[in-house]
Design a protein around this ligand. Structure first.
Ligand code: NAD
Ligand code: TYD
Length: 358
């Protein structure tokens, strides 16, 4: 049995692959374009593992995807591949349209070709699991209830609009062609191997480097934070017992304003890596111009996933953020290679060929 994972060299995809192979002997074929966000150094512990096959390539490359499907005959595909950073989508939306919309469309078509020709038993067992975000629902006012799966789609950024479009395509391929899809919409993740352009890892690495900690606007925007390994366990559960054509919201019941997150990171660093002069890292916090169209609040109602599939997060925010800060302190080399871009050279050195066991 084999899984085809796309985007498995990114933050969540790589955590998923590492967790999967730690618990299962089922092979993973990992297709990733290795954009700036894809980092094979994250998967270094899998080097020589015959259960992991890494392939550099684009989900929109129909010939490559078809060849992978034919060769490896996966029982499921999990689609993590995406452009994922809201700020980048504001500066350059083109890549988001290309990968998140056109790429997902091409991927769906390649998978449909493969799936249609499967024998009946394999055909009904096959799953296309699409990993999406709570940002497709738009922004909540302070006292509105959290997003349920029935909430209307109201995306506000080029990123969330492109993810919303991909969700609609996935839904349509189920209703029109019968493709066995399931979609998950998750809140903000944090944890090991998070690229330091997103809030939590950026604050950790900037704090340690003595740089300023830039908080957008008044810092009172609210996100609902989930430890990445809990997202991975939710995906495993949905893959196992999720109902076809359904969407499942994934969240940690951890709504926090950004400023509180930044202060928590500073407090943990003060404890775990106190500054020589005795001052707090919080003195590095500065307020900067707000993000255009900045969504005020996200919150996930994860009751469907809990009640139907029996999933619950294992970490509270307190335990998850402590583990995360400790992980960054313990992995300065991963951080500095990401910051200097050296992880790209590392990939060149370690992987002489594009396809092979990683
Ligand atoms: P990421 O940016 O860290 O990783 C994305 C990965 O996809 C990278 O390895 C990149 O190289 C790869 N990729 C990009 N374009 C590709 C293409 N055309 N073909 C093949 N590979 C390509 O993102 P992430 O944070 O790991 O997010 C993974 C998925 O989860 C995304 O779909 C994102 O929308 C969704 N999601 C993320 C969060 C979050 O908080 N990070 C929350 C909810 C949902
Ligand atoms: P981010 O990690 O980019 O995730 P998303 O935009 O997908 O929620 O940002 C999380 C929140 O933190 C968001 O409200 C924007 C804010 N933010 C800052 O205040 N400063 C920063 O430097 C960054 C990167 C984000």
């Amino acid at each position: 049995m084999t899984l085809l994972v796309t985007g498995g060299a990114g933050f969540i995809g790589a955590n998923f692959v590492l967790d999967w192979l730690a618990e299962s002997a089922e092979c993973v074929v990992n297709l990733d374009k290795l954009t700036y966000a894809g980092n094979l150094e994250t998967l270094a512990s899998l080097q020589g593992n015959p259960h992991h096959v890494f392939v550099q390539g684009d989900i929109g490359d129909a010939a490559l995807v078809t060849q992978l499907l034919q060769t490896h005959q996966p029982r499921a595909l999990i689609n993590f591949a995406a452009e994922s950073h809201v700020d980048r989508s504001i500066h350059g939306p083109g890549e988001f349209i290309e990968t998140n919309i056109v790429g997902t469309f091409r991927l769906l078509e390649s998978v449909r070709g493969y799936w249609s020709a499967l024998p009946l038993a394999e055909k009904s067992a096959f799953r296309f699991l699409h990993v999406s975000t709570d940002e497709v629902y738009g922004s909540l006012a302070q006292h509105e209830p959290a997003f349920a799966e029935t909430h209307r789609y109201e995306p506000n950024s080029p990123y969330s609009a492109s993810k919303a479009a991909s969700d609609h395509l996935v839904r349509a391929w189920h209703h029109t062609y019968g493709l066995p899809v399931i979609t998950t919409n998750c809140s903000n993740n944090y944890g090991p191997f998070h690229f330091p352009e997103k809030l939590i890892p950026l604050m950790i690495v900037n704090a340690l480097a003595g740089k300023s900690l830039p908080v957008y606007g008044d810092g009172m925007q609210i996100r609902d934070w989930l430890y990445v390994k809990d997202h991975c366990s939710a995906i495993r559960r949905v893959l196992q017992v999720g109902r076809l054509g359904e969407t499942y919201n994934v969240g940690g019941w951890n709504e926090k304003p950004n400023l509180e997150i930044v202060h928590t990171v500073c407090k943990l660093l003060d404890e775990m890596r106190p500054k020589a002069d005795g001052s707090s890292y919080a003195t590095q916090i500065i307020s900067v111009t707000d993000r255009p169209g900045h969504d005020r609040r996200y919150a996930i109602d994860a009751r469907k996933l809990e009640q139907e599939l029996g999933w619950k997060p294992a970490e509270t925010f307190d335990t998850g953020i402590r583990k995360t800060v400790a992980w960054y302190l313990a992995h300065p080399e991963w951080v500095s290679n990401v910051q200097s871009g050296a992880y790209r050279d590392w990939v060149q050195k370690q992987y002489a060929v594009a396809e092979g066991a990683a």
